[in-house]
Ligand binder design. Structure first.
Ligand SMILES: [Fe+2]
Length: 348
């Protein structure tokens, strides 16, 4: 063996050893998650991920400002992914420039195109329906349309949270998208006239309003009913929830308004490879099942069932207008809320 060949062989062996030695460290890497979603909600998912891959997860939770924080941290941001709710926030993170595109065959195979950013900057992980909560005692009908909410027969009987809350803005934007600004404004003024009180509280508060008799119907996301019905910490919420049923509204143009919760890859993700594995895992049937059981939302992956309780509420047809198209009307929706004085409550 020539000296040179010998040296090369030794060098190659050294490289191999170094690579082999380095592998366990990178295989047991970490992912840093910035989350607007409650830690206890996503922990079962993260546990499943760590069990499967050996990759540790670190979560920083806040209910606002995380995308701005990523922007301020810039290249030094430790964030690998951001988990959040509402397509507005997901697209907002993209607009802030704190995301990067992801192109994964696994993810694209699991998540239907309507729940993904066409440029790959955000991915829906669950869907949630904006439903009508209706008094079991005082509302006989078991079907309803969004249009009907503006019918004077509901005068003084409807409760909602602020019209400017993203959940309502999403719904109102879908009305603008379907019917145009003018018709949407008339509809919103009609809905305002039917309010029982000035918009206040959160979605659960509207169910409480039904329980207390202040209103007969309310607007809210489907999963709050699940959370209330299983709330051991505040068992009075079970009673509130038991006083109401869920109606999945339809409209002349389509089905029930849905929004998504989802995930983005941070622009400067220091652990991109591990983060991608996490995103792929979150789209898998296993994770979709865990998520659906934990939070009473709907899986985005076709073929994965919602939880038993959620299924007991019946099925519905989601509005098939693309979320990005609805999202484009959010600003108009917000202006309409101000223009009709929605948050001032019913005109006397
Ligand atoms: Fe929520």
């Amino acid at each position: 063996m020539s000296t040179l060949a010998g040296r090369l062989a030794t060098a190659a062996a050294g490289l191999l050893t170094a690579t082999a030695f380095a592998l366990p460290a990178s295989a047991a890497g970490e992912v840093n998650i910035y989350s607007y979603r409650q830690p206890e909600l996503i922990q079962p998912l993260l546990d499943g991920f760590t069990e499967k891959t050996g990759i540790k997860t670190n979560v920083i939770f806040a209910d606002k400002g995380l995308a701005q924080r990523m922007q301020a941290e810039g290249e030094n941001s430790p964030a690998d992914v951001l988990m959040t709710v509402d397509v507005g926030r997901l697209d907002g993170a993209k607009a802030l420039g704190v995301t990067q595109p992801v192109n994964s065959e696994i993810i694209n195979g699991n998540i239907p195109a309507e729940f993904r950013d066409p440029e790959g900057h955000w991915f829906g992980l669950t869907t949630r329906a904006r439903v009508v909560y209706a008094s079991r005692e005082r509302v006989e009908q078991n079907a309803i349309t969004y249009e009907e909410l503006a019918d004077p027969k509901w005068k003084g009987r409807i409760c909602t949270r602020s019209g400017q809350h993203p959940y309502n803005i999403g719904l109102f934007a879908s009305v603008v998208a379907h019917k145009g600004e003018k018709a949407a404004e008339e509809w919103l003024a009609g809905l305002r006239d039917n309010l029982a009180r000035k918009p206040a509280g959160n979605d659960r508060g509207q169910v409480q309003g039904i329980y207390s008799g202040e209103c007969d119907i309310g607007l809210g996301n489907n999963y709050y009913m699940g959370k209330m019905l299983t709330n051991e910490k505040e068992p009075e919420q079970k009673e509130w929830a038991n006083s109401a049923k869920i109606l999945f509204p339809t409209s002349a143009e389509g089905g029930t308004h849905v929004n998504i919760s989802g995930v983005v890859m941070a622009k400067y993700a220091p652990n991109r490879e591990e983060a991608l594995k996490l995103m792929e895992y979150l789209s898998s049937a296993e994770a979709q099942q865990i998520y659906a059981e934990a939070n009473f939302e709907y899986p985005v992956k076709p073929g994965v069932e919602a939880s038993e309780l959620v299924r007991s509420w019946g099925s519905f047809t989601p509005d098939d207008l693309p979320l990005t198209e609805i999202f484009a009307h959010r600003k108009t929706a917000s202006e309409l809320v101000d223009r009709v004085g929605y948050d001032d409550g019913p005109a006397s």
